[in-house]
Design a protein around this ligand. Structure first.
Ligand SMILES: NC(=O)C1=CN([C@@H]2O[C@H](COP(=O)(O)OP(=O)(O)OC[C@H]3O[C@@H](n4cnc5c(N)ncnc54)[C@H](OP(=O)(O)O)[C@@H]3O)[C@@H](O)[C@H]2O)C=CC1
Ligand SMILES: CC(C)(CO)C(=O)C(=O)O
Length: 307
């Protein structure tokens, strides 16, 4: 199966790198700057005691070599529109596309361009970042990709995707409820981002001050209420797990969005917060804390864009 990974950043570099390491037929669609780094240094996966160096196969938008069977879309909000245009020549009549962005907006964008049948749901459960050298730095041991048709059906084409992604050094799940899982992760990631952005620190730092735990409870309840109103309620059991993670004493956890904010980089303001707040408004659900985060992040993005 020919696999194209769009973006060789924290998630794409990690999962695509593992697939390449396992001998799968993987090509990365990259832009010139990233291509240069990868040609000079190789694709390196580091952290947690690892030092893997790979020689990735690269294409740029103008050198895409025909259709691919599977396309993993691993760009951030800011790269989505450009990536959709760039990857179009790689999409044939039987291509399946798995986006791993947090949130749900990417599904609408991809479906509008490539049609209902081509676009699966997808989730990356991983904690990676690009370090100062351009390497893929693992921050935690979890590494799982979940994907599936959005209507929950399973057919030979999706089974083939599952086979191509599995047994490559990370966990995989072919999900029959991928939309529910995406909403659940969105609920968690929005709540985690809100705790860190509004609290201005790690989960542990926020939880250690008066009102910190109440803030975590409030933002989790807001995010979960949007998921429920949208028809994808997060189970009590999952809410319990998220509550535990968001209020864990001494936890160093942050979200990738908060790490980007702290580093002065553009953040996924619309993908993770703006879209959630817009859906909440359309469903008549009050989300004052999440709306405040969206404003805070938009101001940040506007400032970064001016610099
Ligand atoms: N990092 C994490 O731990 C997790 C992230 N996520 C989600 O996954 C998504 C991706 O995040 P992440 O991997 O961290 O982001 P990164 O910024 O690390 O990687 C995105 C990559 O996409 C590339 N890119 C952007 N546009 C294009 C294009 N047109 N063609 C080719 N490459 C392009 C960028 O390359 P360039 O150098 O050219 O800008 C960059 O390397 C986000 O929605 C994030 O929320 C989900 C789970 C965990
Ligand atoms: C869930 C978590 C925190 C790690 O996968 C994430 O998605 C992120 O940091 O963006």
């Amino acid at each position: 199966m020919r696999i194209l990974v769009v973006g060789a950043g924290a998630t794409g570099g990690y999962f695509g790198g593992r697939l390449a390491q396992a001998g799968r037929d993987v090509t990365f669609l990259v832009r010139e700057g990233r291509a240069r780094t990868l040609r000079e240094r190789g694709l390196r996966i580091v952290g947690l005691g690892e030092q893997t160096v790979l020689e990735p196969r690269l294409v740029t938008a103008d050198t895409i070599d025909g259709p691919y069977d599977l396309i993993l879309v691993t760009v951030k909000e800011s790269g989505l529109t450009g990536a959709v245009a760039d990857l179009a020549p790689a999409v044939g009549p039987d291509t399946l596309i798995v986006p791993v962005l947090n949130g749900m907006r990417q599904i609408d964008v991809l479906v509008e361009r490539f049609g209902e049948q081509a676009v699966l749901g997808g989730i990356a459960y991983v904690m990676t970042t690009i370090d100062a050298d351009g390497d893929i730095l693992r921050l935690a041991g979890m590494h799982r990709l979940a994907y599936g048709r959005r209507d929950g059906s399973v057919d030979d084409q999706v089974r083939a995707v599952h086979a191509a992604l599995s047994d490559a050094g990370f966990d995989t799940a072919l999900s029959e409820r991928i939309l529910g899982a995406m909403w659940s992760k969105w609920t968690f990631i929005a709540a985690l981002g809100a705790v860190c952005v509004l609290g201005g620190g790690t989960v542990g730092e926020v939880g250690a001050v008066p009102g910190g735990t109440a803030l975590a409870e409030a933002v989790l309840a807001e995010a979960a209420s949007v998921a429920a109103a949208a028809g994808h309620p997060v189970s009590e059991q999952e809410i319990g797990v998220y509550r535990g993670m968001l209020t864990a004493q001494g936890s160093d956890d942050t979200s990738s969005l908060f790490r980007d904010l702290s580093a002065g980089l553009p953040v996924e303001a619309e993908q993770i917060f703006g879209d959630l707040v817009a859906r909440a408004e359309a469903l008549d659900v009050a989300v004052p804390s999440l709306a405040a985060v969206a404003v805070r992040l938009r101001v940040h993005n506007a400032r970064v864009a001016k610099e």
